[in-house]
Design a protein around this ligand. Structure first.
Ligand code: NDP
Length: 322
């Protein structure tokens, strides 16, 4: 048993994603939402141990609040100062890790984005911290642009403490965006790690005089739709990526830490995109049946992908299987 601790958690896509992965691999595991009020984090973590959970994800607002109640942190979680994955070890002790930075880099790799020499990260909250650590560790020079200067500066200090020599600097949001975006050489990657865009009608995490265009990548951590900022970046010619892939890959890494099994990333992505479990299982069954029948590999892959990604095609295929 595993779950996600947050407040609230009803909106989380993680249960669908992990339960689809367990079903795909035939694992007798379940993933449940665990709404935990802010003053009950300690009790909740003791409950994980007592109830025999193998682990949990942690989401807003508890990513930092869980830390005092854990027995040990990985080096990454200690450096970032946040935990999104807890592993309950054999002896009942709790290990805190963070897989957000891993998920972010894995998604960039999947989109064939090379980490460039310069990046801008807008925001200095929990997710921004993971992204800034990941980018600096990957060798990029990072400008952190946040409305709360003290948070941006503290983040830069934490990065330098963990990685002396890391090239990271703090800047005021939004005033620094025009000069940061027009600097030479141009930043290859601009990341929105604020929550601006989460709700319809939010102001843009941007300013009129800021520049983005062809040859640059705009990455928005928000994953449930194309935000206004991503749309603007796309219309100006930039390559745009939303946070769905990061969500999938951070989840896949947590899955592997808990189960020791290789995560079925395509299944998790289809579930995160909202494909019903029945369609995903049909596509998998079809894929296995076709592989066993030695059907041409190209057709096989195309149909599996159709089944995982396209709900309508998935239904057509269901007829063939049944
Ligand atoms: P936090 O609350 O920790 O951070 C939010 C950040 O947004 C802070 O820097 C905050 O500034 C800034 N912000 C909020 N409102 C404004 C505003 N009006 N103007 C300027 N800055 C603002 O949240 P998280 O870091 O956990 O999450 C940030 C976003 O990333 C969310 O949309 C979340 O859904 C997404 N996310 C996506 C993940 C994925 O896997 N794709 C994983 C984790 C998060 P201040 O500190 O001053 O309040």
């Amino acid at each position: 048993m595993v779950g996600v601790i947050g407040w609230p958690v009803s909106h989380s896509r993680s249960p669908a994603m992990h339960n689809a992965a367990f079903a795909a691999l035939g694992l007798d595991w379940a993933y449940v939402p665990l709404p935990v009020e802010p003053d009950r984090v300690d009790e909740a973590l003791r409950g994980l141990r007592a109830l025999g959970f193998r682990g949990a994800n942690v989401t807003v607002p508890h990513k930092q609040a869980v830390i005092p109640y854990l027995d040990e942190l990985t080096a990454a979680a200690r450096a970032v100062g946040a935990v999104n994955t807890i592993i309950v070890r054999e002896d009942g002790s709790l290990l805190g890790d963070t897989t957000d930075g891993y998920g972010f880099l894995a998604d960039l790799r999947e989109h064939n984005v090379l980490i460039g020499s310069r990046s801008i990260v807008i925001g200095a909250g929990g997710a921004a911290r993971s992204v800034v650590f990941a980018l600096t560790e990957a060798g990029s020079e990072v400008a952190v642009c946040a409305r709360d200067a003290s948070k941006a500066e503290e983040l830069c200090r934490a990065v330098r403490a963990a990685h002396p020599g890391a090239r990271v600097s703090a800047h005021p949001f939004p005033n620094a965006l025009p000069s940061l975006t027009q600097a030479t050489p141009q930043p290859e990657l601009i990341v929105n790690a604020t929550s601006l865009g989460l709700h319809e009608g939010d102001p843009l995490p941007w300013t009129e005089a800021a520049v983005i265009g062809p040859g640059q990548v705009a990455y928005d951590l928000i994953y449930h739709r194309e935000t206004e900022w991503l749309r603007l970046a796309r219309e100006r010619g930039a390559t745009t990526i939303n946070g769905l892939g990061m969500l999938v890959h951070q989840g896949a890494r947590a899955f592997e830490l808990w189960t020791g099994a290789s995560a079925p990333v395509d299944v998790m992505r289809a579930a995160a995109e909202g494909a019903p479990l029945s369609d995903i299982m049909v596509a998998l069954t079809l894929g296995r049946a076709m592989r066993e029948a030695n059907v041409d590999d190209a057709v096989d892959e195309a149909k599996i992908n159709d089944g995982l990604m396209g709900k309508e095609n998935g239904r057509d295929l269901k007829g063939e299987v049944e």
